[in-house]
Design a protein around this ligand. Structure first.
Ligand code: XUL
Ligand code: CO
Length: 436
């Protein structure tokens, strides 16, 4: 096969170069806090945006030039597309990719034929992974595009649709396992509702939990040892999705006894759609020990939908890396660019510019976060701010030694609490700016 990107060579790190097709900050080999940048950041390309999204929007057709792709849904085209994708991963220098089952192989008239198509493509993906060393960060199933999923998949009112989704996920798990995938993502694309008038919410929540338990059981049956993730998103395509944010997912997983089996895959744009910052979602997940992986992108705060832009905001990447480093870094997870080029960025080279920008932005975020941690500026402040809990009454409360009765006696004797100290919000913001 002819090269898909003949005009682009391997992207190198060259901080002095004026060539936009070089990394200015992402030096894969550089070591920060004992690990290389590549080991920390674990960049992944999202197959669906990079190779299946032609740039169409609600008002216009696709614009992207993808000369390797004949536009058909044939198996031959799927194979060529897969090879083009690996050429891209290799030239970009990422270690990982992610896909939905239907991104890589065409859906046929029957489930059996569709599964056969997947098996054919898995052979190509296996060979390409072997050739390049690029790995599968996670796999997933598309349970939202086909009309059968109009009412949802695991939360459909139609029991046969639930069964079909189960069969589809079973196959997607097998495929992910065959490719040595590090994990598997559940994103409830239509697991929510358009109208409460036609929705039995309690029943749908029970069904979703049942579905996830079946997946956990199947994972054990086939011996797949990858990490399961659930990806929060509050809306779009539905009006409300049950996995609306990190805290809602955590409550759901707790209620249905699933916290040992799934971690969170947090997406920046989904956080902002939920009315939270990306940083908030990561901090919450880290605080409850559920931080698994990240879909790295950016929304537009002026717009109310999932714009899936490439991450270039250095505050966002610094905050994200502060939390990720604090939580001990990624184990199975990574930074998956769930992002697409703008409709007007239609040339093949734009795919490189977009990913290079995201990788450099996260490299800068990582370095800034590591410098902040090395200097201890935020940690020292935090330690001091909560120091009343380290000894005396605070330590006794934390240790569970006291109740309201003892605290009443303590305060009646003591009078007013010790004077408060300033939270120094602006000073901390100024300090942060010195590192960015
Ligand atoms: C949709 C989204 C998905 C998931 C995987 O908003 O983020 O692509 O990441 O299904
Ligand atoms: Co996503």
């Amino acid at each position: 096969m002819a090269e898909a990107f003949p005009k682009v060579k391997k992207i190198e790190y060259d901080p002095k170069s004026r060539n936009p097709l070089t990394f200015k900050h992402y030096n894969a080999e550089e070591v920060v806090e004992g690990k290389t940048l590549a080991e920390h950041l674990r960049f992944s390309v999202a197959f669906w945006h990079a190779f299946r999204n032609d740039g169409h929007d609600q008002f216009g057709v696709g614009t992207r030039q993808m000369p390797w792709d004949d536009g058909s849904d044939s198996l031959a085209n799927a194979k060529t597309r897969a090879r083009a994708a690996f050429e891209f991963f290799e030239k970009l220098g990422v270690g990982f990719y992610c896909f939905h089952d239907r991104d890589v192989a065409p859906e046929a008239d029957t489930l059996a034929e569709t599964n056969k198509n997947l098996d054919e493509i898995v052979k190509v993906l296996q060979a390409e992974q072997q050739r390049t060393g690029v790995k599968l960060l996670w796999g997933t199933a598309c349970l939202f595009a086909h009309p059968r999923y109009m009412h949802g998949a695991a939360t459909s009112c139609n029991a046969d649709v639930f069964a079909y989704a189960a069969a589809q996920v079973a196959k997607a798990l097998e495929v992910t396992q065959a490719l040595g995938g590090g994990g598997y993502v559940f994103w409830g694309g239509r697991e929510g509702y358009k109208s409460l008038l036609n929705t039995d919410m309690g029943r749908e929540l029970d069904h979703l939990a049942k579905f996830l338990h079946m997946a956990v059981d199947y994972k054990k049956q086939i011996g797949f040892d990858g990490q399961f993730y659930i990806e929060p998103k509050p809306k779009e395509p539905t009006k409300h999705q049950y996995d609306s944010d990190a805290a809602a997912c955590y409550a759901f997983l707790q209620r249905y006894d699933l916290t040992d089996h799934l971690k969170l895959n947090l997406e920046a744009n989904h956080a902002t759609l939920a009315g939270h910052s990306f940083h908030h979602e990561l901090e919450f997940a880290a605080a409850v020990g559920m931080l698994g992986s990240v879909d790295a992108n950016r929304g537009d705060l002026m717009l109310g939908w999932d714009t899936d832009q490439f991450p270039t905001d250095l505050y966002d990447t610094t905050f994200a890396m502060l939390t990720i480093l604090k939580a001990g870094g990624f184990t199975t997870g990574g930074l998956n660019f769930d992002a697409h080029v703008a409709r007007e960025s239609f040339e093949p080279v734009d795919l490189f510019h977009a990913h290079i920008g995201g990788m450099d932005a996260f490299a800068r975020g990582l370095k800034a976060a590591a410098a902040i941690r090395a200097d201890g500026v935020l940690d020292d402040f935090l330690k001091q701010r909560y120091s009343s809990w380290d000894s005396g009454i605070g330590a006794d409360i934390e240790a569970g030694k006291l109740g309201f009765k003892q605290l009443s006696e303590y305060m009646l004797k003591k009078g007013e609490p010790a004077p408060n100290e300033s939270g120094r919000v602006e000073m901390l913001e100024n300090i942060l700016n010195e590192y960015i």
